[in-house]
Design a protein. Structure first.
Length: 458
C-alpha cells in the first residue's frame, strides 16, 4: 500500500471536501429535521460513484462501495444541535466563513465534518483500489443522534439487518483514536404536593420545597467524596476498588460518573398558590460498573426521596419522537457504557494506519495542538452512537474523527481543514490495514450490555 499516494490523494480532495462541508453547514439540520442534509449527502455519494446510495425508512443515508460479504462501516451523525443565543456567534452559523485553515459554522466539528471525510475516504479507496475483495464499505450519515444517540444504529442493526465486522465512528477525537466512553441515562424525578392559597402555605404541601431537598442531595451525589463520614457517598466512589472491585480500573480510564439537573417543571393553580407537583430531568453519565438499575436505585435511596415516600417517583425517560421520515422508533433513554480492548484487531487497524501515514503521535493544525498532547489511544468525554453499536450489541467500534470535542455544541464552532484530509486518508487505509485473522470473539474490555425492557429493540 502506497501511503504517500493516499495522503497526496486526500490532500487533492480538500477543495471538494471543503465545499461539501460548507454546503452541509448551510442547511440547518437539527434532530428530526435532517432531510436537506441527507439528500445533499446522497447527491455527493452518487456524484462520486458510490456503488449504491440509499435512504432507509428512518432517514439515514447509506452509501456502499465494494461487493464482498464482510462490512466495514464508517458512521457519522448528520444532525446538529441548535445555535442557542445567536448573539453569542460572531458570524452567521449557517453561512460562516472559511480561511486557509478552518471552516466555521454549526456542525463543522460535531459532526458533519466526519461524514465528509468518510465519504471521501471511501472515494479514495475506490480510486486507489484499497477495498479488499471480500469487503464492502458502508458510509452512514445517521440521524437523530443529538436527540437520542444510538437510536439510528438500533434501527440499522435490527430493522435494516446490517451487522458490520466493525464500525469506525467519525465523531471528533482531537486527533486521537478512541476505544470507548462513558454511558448515560436520562432520569426523571416527579414529586407530588397539595396546593392551597399562597396566603396560608401551611395548609398545603409544597412540591417545589420537597424537590429542593432532593436536588440538594443530587448535588451532593455529584460533588461529595466517598469517605466514611459522607452520608451520601459521591459518584467518585466508583474509582475506588472498595466500592467497585470488578471495574474500578476501567472506571479510572473512562473517568467518574456525573449527575446534574438539566430541566425543572412544576404545576400550580396560580402564582398565588402552593405548587402541587414538581419534576426534574437528571443527566446521568455512567462509568464502568454502574448499571441502569444502580443509577435509578441511588436516586430512590437518597434520604429525601425516602422521606417523601410514595410522593416521589423515579423513572427513566422514553424517546418516541418521529424521524424526519415520519417513522417513530421507541426506545428507553439508556445509553450503555463501553470500552474495547486496545489490542483488538479493529483498534489496531486504525493504529497501524495512523503510524504508517502520520507516526505514533497525534497531529493537527498548530492552533489545535494545545489539546492534543495526549496518548494517541484514548476515550471520548461525551457519548456517541457507539452506545448502541458496541454498548448494546457488541459490534466492535472505534473512533477517529475530524474536529474537537470542545467545539461540540459551542458557539463559534470551527473545524480544521487539515483534520478533514487526515481523516479521509486514514479511513482509506483502514480496510487494507485490518487483519481479520487477528479478530477474537470478545474484543470488549467493558460493556454495560443490552437492556431488557419492551423498548430495547434487541
Amino acid at each position: 500500500m502506497d501511503f504517500e499516494l493516499i495522503k497526496k490523494t486526500a490532500q487533492g480532495y480538500l477543495p471538494a471536501m471543503t465545499k461539501f462541508l460548507r454546503d452541509l453547514i448551510a442547511i440547518p439540520s437539527e434532530s428530526c429535521e435532517e432531510e436537506g442534509v441527507i439528500r445533499r449527502t446522497i447527491a455527493e455519494m452518487e456524484a462520486l460513484g458510490f456503488d449504491k446510495a440509499e435512504i432507509d425508512p428512518e432517514g439515514n443515508a447509506l452509501g456502499w462501495m465494494g461487493e464482498g460479504s464482510r462490512i466495514i462501516a464508517f458512521d457519522g451523525h448528520i444532525d446538529t444541535v441548535g445555535i442557542g443565543n445567536k448573539a453569542n456567534w460572531e458570524h452567521d452559523p449557517y453561512k460562516g466563513y472559511e480561511t486557509d485553515d478552518v471552516i466555521y459554522g454549526r456542525g463543522g466539528s460535531d459532526q458533519e465534518g466526519g461524514v465528509v471525510s468518510a465519504v471521501y475516504g471511501a472515494k479514495i479507496m475506490k480510486d486507489l483500489g484499497l477495498i479488499p475483495e471480500d469487503t464492502k464499505i458502508l458510509v452512514v450519515a445517521s440521524v437523530q443522534e443529538e436527540d437520542c444517540d444510538g437510536l439510528c444504529w438500533q434501527y440499522i442493526h435490527k430493522e435494516d439487518g446490517i451487522t458490520p465486522e466493525f464500525v469506525v465512528s467519525t465523531e471528533p477525537t482531537d486527533g486521537g483514536i478512541y476505544r470507548g466512553h462513558r454511558g448515560r441515562m436520562e432520569i426523571r424525578v416527579d414529586v407530588k404536593g397539595v396546593s392551597c392559597h399562597g396566603s396560608a402555605p401551611e395548609r398545603g404541601d409544597n412540591a417545589i420545597y420537597k424537590m429542593a431537598d432532593i436536588l440538594e442531595e443530587v448535588r451532593a451525589l455529584n460533588e461529595n467524596s466517598a469517605t466514611d463520614a459522607d452520608e451520601i457517598k459521591g459518584l467518585v466512589k466508583m474509582l475506588d476498588p472498595k466500592y467497585n472491585p470488578e471495574h474500578w480500573e476501567d472506571a479510572r480510564f473512562l473517568g467518574r460518573g456525573t449527575i446534574t439537573c438539566s430541566q425543572i417543571f412544576y404545576t400550580s393553580p396560580s402564582r398565588c398558590a402552593v405548587a402541587d407537583s414538581c419534576a426534574v430531568s437528571l443527566d446521568r453519565r455512567m462509568t464502568a460498573g454502574e448499571t441502569w438499575d444502580s443509577c435509578l436505585d441511588e436516586i430512590r435511596n437518597l434520604p429525601a426521596c425516602k422521606k417523601y415516600g410514595d410522593d416521589v417517583k423515579v423513572s427513566m425517560y422514553l424517546y418516541d419522537r418521529p424521524a424526519w421520515t415520519g417513522l417513530k422508533y421507541e426506545t428507553e433513554c439508556y445509553f450503555p457504557t463501553w470500552i474495547n480492548k486496545e489490542s483488538a484487531a479493529h483498534v489496531q487497524a486504525l493504529v497501524d494506519a495512523h503510524k504508517a501515514l502520520f507516526g505514533d503521535k497525534r497531529i493537527g493544525h498548530p492552533s489545535a495542538m494545545d489539546k492534543r498532547d495526549r496518548p494517541l489511544i484514548d476515550k471520548w468525554t461525551f457519548s456517541t452512537n457507539g452506545v448502541s453499536i458496541q454498548g448494546r450489541y457488541g459490534i466492535p467500534c472505534v473512533g477517529f474523527g475530524p474536529g474537537a470535542e470542545s467545539q461540540a455544541h459551542a458557539p463559534n464552532e470551527i473545524t480544521w481543514k487539515q483534520d478533514l484530509v487526515t481523516c479521509a486518508a486514514l479511513y482509506a487505509a483502514v480496510p487494507m490495514c485490518y487483519k481479520p485473522e487477528n479478530r477474537t470473539d470478545d474484543v470488549t474490555e467493558y460493556r454495560a450490555g443490552r437492556t431488557d425492557t419492551k423498548f430495547a429493540n434487541d
